[in-house]
Design a protein around this ligand. Structure first.
Ligand code: HAM
Length: 438
């Protein structure tokens, strides 16, 4: 196939073998969020470029190197969203959802786009489930957000495979003071820094703390620490968060070098990290952005949130062999029909059964075929019963009902009695084939 008729690099099809895992994750999380009182918001995938340039910040990798930006037919500069926070803040402001100090607890899910170098766990179209909360300034909500992610990991069975890293970035003034001290220190060692870090010294010096390059790391070992520049209010906020996490029994490590790649953060930042996925080990990340709403022209409105990468969570579920065995519910019955007249009768019978038994999972053979091939398809579908309709059954207005999951004998059941016969299976609460996501 020519290259231009293939999927774009880093943009994946999610095939039927995978979608049940995605649905399991999405449904598990949607239920959890609902149980904590969060509501879904659905947002456009395209926004004006300026929203991201101003919200995420010029000088960040996302804005400078990774955005899919183009001009539309009206010559407007638009960008495929690289993340969900900026668009969510825009929508909240545009619709007055956080006006008058109103609390909003929102979540969203969907594709995000970044022109990054694709590798395991890192894609150009990837999917996030994100949460954003408005008008709650205290550490109690930061703790709730972290607590609900911890509960999701518990429900998925991650155990000790993910760990929580925390930091506080302090107030804008504290950060500016720290930034000046860091730049002054790093300028004295500029020739020991890698090229990327030298460039960041003017564009985004805090990001140098993230550098993985050994020589830069060595310089950073003696660098001033953000913690020593924290303002009192941010320190109290951070202590409050830590005390709550302790009370909730949630373990964490304070990582003084955790700064995050997006400019809007202040005070709390956190990441959930795993060692089981190689280089792309951050499965969930977020923090507080109390200045973002006012930066977009709104009244000062505290905000805090996080987003998790669905591809990485799917990979982690698979790596840890935690994908539940029965995610897709098997059919209750599969109708095999032989000959034109039986096929017509099967079509009518199937409709009457579906009317009579809401919840019935019924497949009807399509495309004809021998007794052997249809029976094989019935078995392969995982159905509990094969319902057989041949010339003899048609004349007697019965079906041959053959159990496929146990050794029971085939029985002849009148068409009118079939609904009653299948009803207990459809209603059964401990139907072993019931998928967990249903
Ligand atoms: P982020 O750290 O850029 O934060 O992304 C959040 C998560 O999305 C990452 O931890 C990772 O799991 C996943 N992710 C990011 N880039 C990729 C990629 N190229 N391929 C696969 N997965 C990826 C944000 O986006 C913020 N909006 C989070 C937030 C919400 N902060 C406050 N509210």
């Amino acid at each position: 196939m020519s290259k231009t008729l293939q999927a774009i690099r880093g943009m994946n099809d999610i095939l039927p073998g995978q979608t049940p895992i995605w649905r399991y994750l999405e449904n598990t999380f949607a239920q959890l969020l609902s149980s904590y009182g969060y509501h879904e918001i659905r947002l456009p995938i395209l926004e004006f470029t300026e929203l991201f340039a101003r919200g995420i910040g010029e000088g960040t990798d996302v804005v400078d190197k990774e955005m899919y930006t183009f001009r539309d037919r009206n010559d407007e500069s638009l960008t495929l969203r690289p993340e969900g926070t900026a668009g969510c803040v825009r929508a909240v402001l545009e619709h007055g959802l956080a006006g008058g100090g109103q609390v909003q607890k929102l979540w969203y899910a969907g594709p995000m786009f970044r022109y990054e170098k694709p590798q395991k766990g890192r894609y150009r179209q990837f999917h996030q489930i994100g949460v954003e909360v408005f008008n709650l300034p205290g550490p109690d909500i930061d703790a709730e957000l972290i607590g609900l992610t911890a509960r999701l990991w518990k429900q998925l069975g991650f155990g000790e495979s993910v760990r929580l890293e925390l930091n506080s970035l302090g107030s804008p003034e504290a950060r500016a003071n720290y930034r000046a001290a860091l730049v002054a220190y790093l300028e004295r060692h500029v020739d020991q820094l890698d090229e990327d870090s030298q460039r960041r010294l003017t564009t985004n010096p805090l990001r140098i703390l993230d550098s993985k390059v050994a020589t830069t790391q060595a310089v950073l070992a003696q660098a001033p620490l953000l913690q020593d520049y924290l303002d009192d209010e941010s320190r109290v906020h951070f202590d409050g968060l830590r005390a709550r996490l302790d009370a909730m029994g949630i373990a964490y490590v304070v990582n003084p070098k955790l700064v995050r790649g997006l400019d809007y953060y202040g005070r709390t930042v956190f990441e959930w990290v795993t060692d089981r996925l190689g280089a792309q080990g951050t499965v969930c990340a977020g923090g507080r952005y109390d200045g973002l709403v006012s930066q977009f022209g709104g009244k000062p409105t505290p905000g805090v949130g996080f987003a998790m990468g669905i591809e990485r969570l799917v990979l982690l579920l698979e790596t840890l062999q935690l994908v539940p065995a029965t995610l897709e519910a098997s059919p209750h019955a599969f109708i095999c029909a032989f000959g034109d007249a039986a096929e017509l009768a099967a079509a009518g019978l199937a409709e009457r059964l579906r009317d009579a038994l809401p919840g019935l999972r019924l497949l009807v053979n399509a495309g004809g075929g021998s007794f052997k091939s249809q029976f094989k398809k019935a078995d392969k579908s995982g159905a509990r019963f094969a319902l057989i309709l041949g010339g003899d059954e048609l004349g007697a207005r019965v079906v041959g009902c053959k159990p496929l999951r146990d050794d029971g004998e085939q029985q002849s059941i009148a068409w009118d009695a079939l609904g009653d016969y299948l009803a207990p299976w459809v209603a059964s609460v401990d139907d072993k084939n019931e998928g967990r996501h249903e």
